[in-house]
Design a protein around this ligand. Structure first.
Ligand SMILES: Nc1ncnc2c1ncn2[C@@H]1O[C@H](COP(=O)(O)OP(=O)(O)OP(=O)(O)O)[C@@H](O)[C@H]1O
Ligand SMILES: O=C(O)c1ccc[n+]([C@@H]2O[C@H](COP(=O)([O-])O)[C@@H](O)[C@H]2O)c1
Length: 228
């Protein structure tokens, strides 16, 4: 099918909490592809333990991290449905809203791509969207393991942003941004250890975490209770 309209790029994640690594790849994708990046928190992320912050809190932290920055926004559509936030359902909803000719893309990190065969109806995802894949430390995209994922990716890779505009779905673009070590696991561990968050999350996000006592952070303004 011929594509029509401008590329719509969605960046799904648990964002528990949003950190500087997330923002770095969102900005890199925005700047490389010249389109807004819609950061889309998963209400009930599949294939992982329940997040430490609820979906509304994670969306609020995203909004604080983004502030008024051009070309980044929060898309709350997955908060509006019940059940696990399967990406295939989200993309079908986007197709229903924007039509089969609209170029759609999903931004994911390299670790997510390597886990793609565990996603619900994963092969159908290539019919619904392009993938924009960001390099992530410890995940080498140049050496995809031989097997069903490598076969499914064969012939899809492009380094031409125009190819994502020329078709509604089915291509894969590698975002070779500078590697960023940010990880939500590391941020939560730093909070648990009482270490500073500056440089790991936006200051407004660090304030929100303290104000809401998230991830075991002592509530803002209250003394730390003695150990039991
Ligand atoms: N530093 C990073 N570089 C590249 N991609 C990243 C980075 N951090 C997260 N991502 C990608 O962003 C998406 C959402 O990530 P997620 O919200 O699960 O954060 P995370 O840091 O991986 O979290 P956790 O440590 O809790 O697993 C995933 O596709 C992930 O691969
Ligand atoms: O649809 C699935 O089966 C599926 C399985 C794992 C992850 N995802 C999506 O991938 C995105 C990143 O997930 P995560 O767990 O790394 O934050 C997020 O939007 C999830 O909803 C989706």
């Amino acid at each position: 099918m011929t594509a029509s309209g401008t590329l719509r790029l969605y960046y799904g994640g648990t964002f528990d909490p949003v950190h500087e690594g997330h923002l770095a790849i969102a900005r890199a994708a925005r700047d490389a592809l010249h389109c807004p990046v819609r950061m889309m928190p998963a209400a009930d992320p599949p294939h992982r333990a329940p997040p430490g912050a609820d979906a509304v809190q994670r969306a609020e932290m995203l909004a604080l991290a983004i502030g008024n920055e051009d070309g980044l926004c929060v898309d709350r559509r997955e908060l509006q449905r019940d059940g696990p936030s399967y990406t295939v359902e989200t993309l079908r909803g986007l197709r229903a809203a924007y039509g089969n000719a609209a170029p759609l893309a999903l931004l994911i990190g390299a670790d997510s791509l390597l886990g793609l065969p565990a996603w619900r109806e994963w092969r159908a995802l290539f019919e619904l969207a392009h993938f924009v894949v960001a390099d992530r430390p410890g995940n080498d995209l140049a050496r995809l393991p031989v097997g069903e994922l490598a076969e499914a990716m064969d012939g899809r890779w492009t380094q031409a942003p125009a190819d994502l505009q020329a078709a509604p779905a089915g291509r894969a673009y590698r975002l070779s941004q500078p590697l960023h070590p940010g990880s939500a696991t590391e941020v939560r561990a730093r909070i648990a250890a009482g270490e500073p968050l500056h440089g790991w999350v936006a200051d407004a996000v660090a304030d929100y975490i303290r104000q809401h006592g998230l991830y075991g952070a002592p509530l803002h303004g209250l003394p730390t209770p003695p150990p039991l």
